[in-house]
Design a protein around this ligand. Structure first.
Ligand code: SF4
Ligand code: SF4
Length: 325
């Protein structure tokens, strides 16, 4: 069983996990690293707290030297700080493992300058052996899927089938608010049903036939639209798009849409009326989808964050305005 409330670890242990995946047998046998790997594999969104012995104003989180490797206090602290710096995190930071490990894979391609240095200036600064550095590179090359597997295709196909069957039989279709706008972007981009990754094109198809079906505003990555998505984490009803960080921006977008439309979660409207309200009150994506720039960040998002409205949204809005009268 993975620890329920998360794990407190040292930043260097993140790299040890990658080394173990790259064939470092000592790290693969290390009980702390094995426990961490297994916990993250079974719960990729397990909260991890990154602690190191930094003292000064962050001393409240110092874990003590118990977790140090034998190279000495200076090497251990420098290594932890170099890692936190690369990940743009601070001592004591707690984040879901998926976000942290995505940053490791994105921002730490090799360990030069972190665990090894061009020149040995003293015994205390010998750093990692070449073999250990190579095992990190091998682990890194395997990609994050070696630690956090993708959603199985079979599961997504089965969920697609079940959620579509449910969609046509319920009294009101549950949809998280901001993806109503995504449905316009998709329509403008020419995406039509059947679509593997979500049920929005199927919803639009259904609305064009029956414009008065009822739609309920649902929070989170609700099953009815998001069931087949590769980025849905069913256990938490969560969106883990954008390397684990998609959930926060998407929740904020949901709330921005609700405010614009004068609705709350649980509100139910006939589809045509709802879409007409969107056409009228939301002329572009920018005021809903925009996220302040800055990477890496838990607000990082690949979609709609730019300085301009989405042209696909404009196109989809025009087409559907016509079709929905
Ligand atoms: S889980 Fe996230 S990315 Fe997937 S359809 Fe739902 S909101 Fe979109
Ligand atoms: S720009 Fe916004 S509305 Fe369009 S697909 Fe991206 S997140 Fe969805």
């Amino acid at each position: 069983m993975p620890p329920k409330n998360g794990m407190k670890i040292r930043p260097y242990q993140l790299l040890s996990v990658v080394c173990a995946l790259g064939g470092d047998s000592a790290e693969a046998r290390n009980p702390n690293i094995k426990k961490l790997r297994e916990a993250v594999r079974s719960n990729p969104d397990l909260p991890l707290t990154l602690q190191c012995n930094v003292n000064e104003v962050f001393r409240y989180q110092d874990p003590g030297p118990g977790g140090d490797t034998p190279e000495g206090a200076e090497f251990n602290l420098r290594r932890d700080l170099e890692i936190l710096h690369k990940l743009n995190l601070f001592p004591g930071a707690t984040l879901p493992a998926r976000i942290i490990f995505n940053r490791v894979w994105d921002w730490i391609e090799d360990v030069t300058g972190i665990c090894s240095y061009g020149r040995t200036t003293a015994d205390a600064w010998t750093g990692w052996t070449k073999a250990k550095q190579a095992s990190y590179r091998r682990g890194h090359r395997r990609g994050i899927a070696a630690l956090i597997p993708l959603r199985p295709a079979r599961e997504m196909t089965a969920d697609k089938k079940r959620s579509l069957a449910e969609m046509v039989s319920v009294g009101a279709v549950d949809v998280r608010p901001h993806i109503l706008l995504c449905s316009l972007c998709q329509y403008g981009a020419g995406t039509r049903a059947p679509f593997a990754e979500d049920n929005l094109p199927e919803l639009v198809q259904m609305i064009l036939k029956k414009p008065d079906i009822r739609i309920r505003m649902a929070p989170h990555a609700d099953w009815m639209m998001c069931a087949p998505c590769p980025y849905r984490e069913a256990g938490a009803n969560a969106c883990v798009n954008n390397k684990g960080s998609g959930g926060l921006p998407n929740q904020m977008r949901d709330l921005r849409v609700l405010q614009k439309l004068g609705l709350t979660f649980g509100s139910i409207l006939p589809a045509r009326e709802l879409y007409r309200r969107i056409f009228k009150r939301i002329p572009g994506t920018l005021e809903i989808c925009r996220i302040e720039p800055g990477r890496p960040s838990v607000w990082w998002t690949g979609c709609g964050a730019a300085e301009a409205d989405s042209p696909n949204f404009a196109k989809g809005r025009k087409l559907l305005m016509k079709l929905l009268g």
